[in-house]
Design a protein around this ligand. Structure first.
Ligand code: PLP
Length: 397
């Protein structure tokens, strides 16, 4: 039996790899997609096989044909630097698993001040309890991070751009400093995905996806992925095995289903997001738009050098306005739902204040800040919705 579209050699372009990788049509009797394998026990045909742990699959937690298909797509997407991919039940679990896998008591960790707040909570809570010390650093430090390394600094956690404030750290410079000090770099690459930011090719050792966001893409799963290079993969694989981290089969399948259309969805989020960001820049109510793909953004040069696209998530700072006026805007917009998370098909809006948690840098934007996720709705409808929101804001001033 022979089918087109599968085989060990993946074509070069990422958009093609997203479609062709992880397909074993023959094993699936011609079906394009793998089954959702609900499985714990794997039976061994002979005592000899059992003693030798022989066979492609040994136990549900260690992998199934469904997890293998998703891992193969992620490996193909990350590129030749990727030595292995772990799957986790949430993005935060992916981050905590990566940190626990590479750190031990007595180690020091450097964390960029703009990372996802629950990542900080994990460092300040559990890692502190297990004897790991964390130092936060200015996202704009770049090569200056070199001065912060101690003899026991084992890892650096970064996020580019930070998913509320959108400052753009210089990952290649941070990675070069980390390499010189023998530390590993962990990058929360959720915003750009490996499609638009090739972390592992820029010196990052472990690249994380909160796959709850763009990989899933439909606001219907919690999921995380951890991709590692050859240097970090043995530690990570051991950590995953010792911790017992695995993901449920239906969620694995939905992540696989989502990733097949990542390139078209992300291209639309990028296009719509940038158009609405530009439109917002021209609004009298808006003081600043925080979006690294805008020419005017302080992180634009780094974005242009290190990224090939942007997603649909960015923030705005309004001119000073009372809380009740901002709430009037939030209560008036209808296509923009109020809710956490992002990366699904739908538009979202939330107010935020990084000043509540940042420690290495000051957050003083000069007005109320809102984060927007631009979904797949018509751009004209989204503008009209925001127009109504701004009218309500003005009326409540
Ligand atoms: C949402 C998010 C996470 C956590 O993912 P969950 O699946 O919600 O646990 C981590 N990092 C970033 C940047 C996120 O936006």
């Amino acid at each position: 039996m022979s089918f087109s579209n599968d085989g060990p050699v993946h074509p070069q372009q990422p958009a093609t790899r997203l479609v062709t990788a992880g397909r074993d049509t023959e094993a699936q009797k011609g079906f394009v997609n793998p089954p959702v394998v609900h499985g714990s026990t794997v039976l061994y045909p002979t005592a000899d096989d059992l003693h030798a742990h022989r066979g492609e699959y040994q136990y549900g937690r260690h992998g199934t044909p469904t997890t293998r298909a998703l891992q193969d797509v992620l490996i193909a997407l990350e590129g030749p630097q990727c030595a292995g991919v772990g799957l986790a039940p949430s993005g935060l679990a992916a981050i905590s698993t990566a940190l626990l896998s590479v750190l031990k008591a007595g180690d020091h960790l450097l964390v960029c001040d703009n990372v996802y707040r629950p990542s900080r909570n994990f460092c300040n809570g559990m890692l502190a309890r297990y004897g790991v010390e964390t130092t936060y650093f200015d996202p704009l430090t770049g090569a200056g991070v070199d001065a912060l390394f101690k003899p026991n600094t084992r890892a650096v956690l970064v996020e580019a751009p930070g998913s509320q404030s959108f400052e753009m750290p210089d990952i290649p410079a941070i990675a070069a400093a980390a390499r010189a000090h023998g530390a590993l770099v962990i990058d929360d690459n959720t915003w750009a995905t490996p499609l638009y930011h090739r972390s592992l090719e820029q010196g990052v050792d472990i690249s994380i996806q909160a796959a709850t966001k763009y990989i899933g893409g439909h606001s219907d799963i919690m999921f995380g992925t951890i991709s590692a290079n050859a240097k970090a993969w043995p530690l990570l694989a051991e950590g995953i095995r010792l911790l017992g981290v695995c993901a449920g089969p239906d969620d694995v399948y939905l992540a696989l289903r989502g990733i097949r259309t990542l390139s078209v969805r992300l291209a639309q989020h990028y296009h719509s997001g940038l158009e609405i960001a530009r439109w917002l820049q021209a609004r009298p109510e808006v003081a600043r738009v925080l979006h690294p793909a805008l020419d005017s953004d302080p992180g634009h040069a780094i974005w242009k050098r290190d990224f090939t696209g942007a997603s649909g998530l960015f923030s705005i700072v309004l001119k000073p306005a009372p809380q009740k006026a901002v709430d009037a805007l939030l209560d008036t917009v209808k296509l923009f739902g109020m809710g956490y998370s992002w990366g699904g098909f739908e538009s979202l809006i939330i107010p935020f204040d990084c000043g509540e948690y940042r420690t290495a840098t000051k957050w003083a934007p000069g007005g109320p800040a809102l984060r927007l996720h631009i979904g797949l709705e018509s751009i004209d409808d989204l503008k009209a919705d925001l127009d109504r929101g701004f009218a309500a804001l003005e009326a409540a001033m």
